[in-house]
Design a protein around this ligand. Structure first.
Ligand SMILES: [Zn+2]
Ligand SMILES: [Zn+2]
Length: 292
C-alpha cells in the first residue's frame, strides 16, 4: 500500500489557550485541511491546577475555568468544518502519581467525560527523593541528570508511566521517552530497556490504549521522534496501535514529517512481518486501522 498524508491524522495539537503556543485552534484546523489530513484531534493541555504547587506548572495550561469554553470552541469548529475534516475533541493530561493530586484530577475530568473523544496521558513532571518536583522537558533537566544520574531519572519516569497505564484513565500515551529531549542522556541501558518493555507490555495488556509517535523531538536538540526507533519496533512487534502526533504549538507544525514516519513504520512492520496498526478514538473507544 502506498500511503500518504491523506490517509493520516494528527492527534496532538495545542493552541494559544495554553499560554505557550501560537495561534487559535481554527488556524490548526485550517492547516490540517490545507495539507490534506483526513482527521485532526485538538488536544490542548488540561488545566494543571491539581499538580503540586512547588512544581509551578499551572502557567503551562489554560486556567481551570476556561476548559469548558475550550471544549465549546472545539465543538463549534467540529461542525463548521465537518464537510472538510473530521475533528476529535481531546486533551493532553499530566499524570503525577500522588493520591491527592490524582483525586483532584479525576473529579475534574469527570465533569467533561462525555465531551472528550480521548485523553493523552503524559508525564512532564517527576519527583526524586526530597527534591522539589521538576519538569523533564525543561533545560534544567540537564542539571538533574548530573545530580541524580541517568538511570535514576529514566527509571522514575518509566515506573510512573507504568502506573499511569494501569489507571485505565487515558487512551494514548504521549511522547514516551521525553527526558531525552536535550540529546545528551538517552536512557538506553539494559536496565532502562527492561523498564521500557515492561511499560509496553502493560499498554498491550489494556487492549485499548495506543502509543503516540510524537514528532516534536525532530526539531528539538535530540533530533528524533519520541519514542526512538527501537521502541517503535517493540510496539509493532506487540501489535500495539500507534497514533501520530505533531505536538504542534504553532500551526505550521501540523502533520510535520508524518509521511516520512509512516514510510519508516511500514518498513519496520514489513521486516517484522507484523501489521502496522494505527488507532483512532471516538468517545474513548478505539478503532484500529491497518497500513500494510
Ligand atoms: Zn505545550
Ligand atoms: Zn506533552
Amino acid at each position: 500500500m502506498c500511503a500518504s498524508i491523506q490517509d493520516l491524522w494528527d492527534y496532538h495539537i495545542h493552541s494559544k489557550r495554553c499560554g505557550h503556543a501560537v495561534g487559535k485552534l481554527q488556524e490548526y484546523v485550517q492547516q490540517a485541511i490545507k495539507i490534506g489530513l483526513q482527521e485532526i484531534g485538538l488536544s490542548d493541555h488540561f488545566p494543571m491546577f491539581f499538580l503540586p504547587k512547588e512544581a509551578n506548572a499551572e502557567q503551562f495550561a489554560m486556567p481551570r475555568d476556561q476548559f469548558a469554553e475550550y471544549l465549546e470552541e472545539c465543538r463549534i469548529l467540529q461542525s463548521k468544518y465537518s464537510d472538510k475534516i473530521q475533528i476529535k475533541i481531546a486533551s493532553e493530561v499530566d499524570y503525577y502519581p500522588d493520591p491527592h493530586v490524582l483525586s483532584q484530577l479525576y473529579s475534574e475530568l469527570k465533569k467533561y467525560e462525555s465531551k472528550l473523544d480521548y485523553l493523552i496521558g503524559s508525564i512532564h513532571i517527576i519527583k526524586i527523593d526530597d527534591e522539589i518536583p521538576f519538569p523533564v522537558d525543561s533545560p534544567d533537566i540537564m542539571e538533574k541528570f548530573q545530580k541524580f544520574g541517568e538511570e535514576t531519572i529514566f527509571s522514575e519516569y518509566y515506573k510512573n508511566l507504568i502506573k499511569m497505564v494501569k489507571t485505565g484513565v487515558f487512551q494514548i500515551v504521549g511522547h514516551c521517552d521525553l527526558p531525552k529531549k536535550y540529546g545528551t542522556y538517552f536512557g538506553r541501558s539494559d536496565e532502562i530497556w527492561d523498564l521500557k518493555m515492561k511499560f509496553l507490555d502493560e499498554v498491550k495488556r489494556t487492549g485499548e490504549m495506543a502509543v503516540e509517535i510524537n514528532h516534536s523531538g525532530l526539531y528539538r536538540p535530540v533530533k528524533e521522534q519520541y519514542p526512538h526507533d527501537e521502541m517503535i519496533k517493540a510496539c509493532i512487534e506487540r501489535e500495539i496501535p500507534l497514533v501520530f502526533g505533531s505536538d504542534a504549538h504553532r500551526s505550521s507544525y501540523v502533520g510535520y514529517q508524518f509521511e516520512e514516519t509512516l514510510k519508516k513504520c511500514i518498513n519496520f512492520a514489513n521486516s517484522l512481518q507484523k501489521p502496522l496498526t494505527m488507532a483512532k478514538f471516538s468517545q474513548k473507544v478505539m478503532k484500529r486501522e491497518y497500513f500494510n
